[in-house]
Design a protein around this ligand. Structure first.
Ligand code: PAN
Ligand code: ZN
Length: 187
């Protein structure tokens, strides 16, 4: 039985953990707006790690809470900042994110297409309400690290994001993050 875990920011991990996923540029090709630029970057820079996450996962037992740490590295594909794939929970479960280091945002989208975005940085707690898809974006030039926790039976639907994307993109304009309409978004 698990009673506690230690976050080590220097080592960028949480111990213990039952799962460690590393997500590279090649796995994110369809999630960035400019897929040609992703290819070009892979060819010139290699298949960079964009983010990794460590999780204590309890299968799909509904009494439990999965939790862990995500580390999203800085970078851009064209003007679009490095991002996580993003997903909707299959069971409309809420989620808590707590910013630990770096500067970023969380982009949230309701099932009927409303969009909200909030800063994700140290000492910020973000509550993702049930039914809202969510993606994190690193808008700074150091890594963005955050803690997350959600019900173990929530499930993850990535397919809907892969096919339709989010309605908005977070891109750099004059050195600052701005929200623009996603030209490829399909309702
Ligand atoms: C987080 C995310 C994690 C990686 O634990 O799963 O930050 O992002 P993607 O799942 O979008 O690749 C979470 O929201 N879990 O529900
Ligand atoms: Zn989630």
């Amino acid at each position: 039985m698990l009673f506690s875990a230690k976050i080590d920011l220097a080592k960028r991990m949480i111990e213990p953990h039952t799962k460690h996923n590393v997500v590279r540029l090649s796995a994110l090709k369809e999630y960035f707006n400019d897929q040609v630029e992703v290819e070009r970057m892979i060819n010139s820079l290699g298949d960079l790690v964009v983010y990794e996450y460590f999780e204590n996962s309890f299968g799909d037992e509904e009494e439990n809470v999965n939790f862990g740490l995500t580390v999203l590295y800085p970078g851009k594909v064209g003007r679009e900042y490095f991002l996580t794939r993003g997903h909707f929970h299959e069971k409309r479960a809420a989620e808590i994110y707590i910013g630990l280091e770096g500067e970023g945002v969380i982009l949230m989208q309701s099932e009927d297409g409303k969009v909200e975005w909030r800063p994700l940085e140290p000492n910020t707690v973000v509550y993702v309400p049930p039914g809202w898809g969510h993606r994190t974006i690193n808008t700074g030039n150091q890594r963005l690290t955050f803690f997350f926790a959600y019900p173990s039976d929530a499930g993850h639907d990535y397919e809907i994001v892969r096919r339709k994307g989010f309605a908005k993109l977070v891109v750099e304009e004059n050195g600052r993050p701005v929200l623009i309409d996603n030209p490829k978004y399909r309702t």
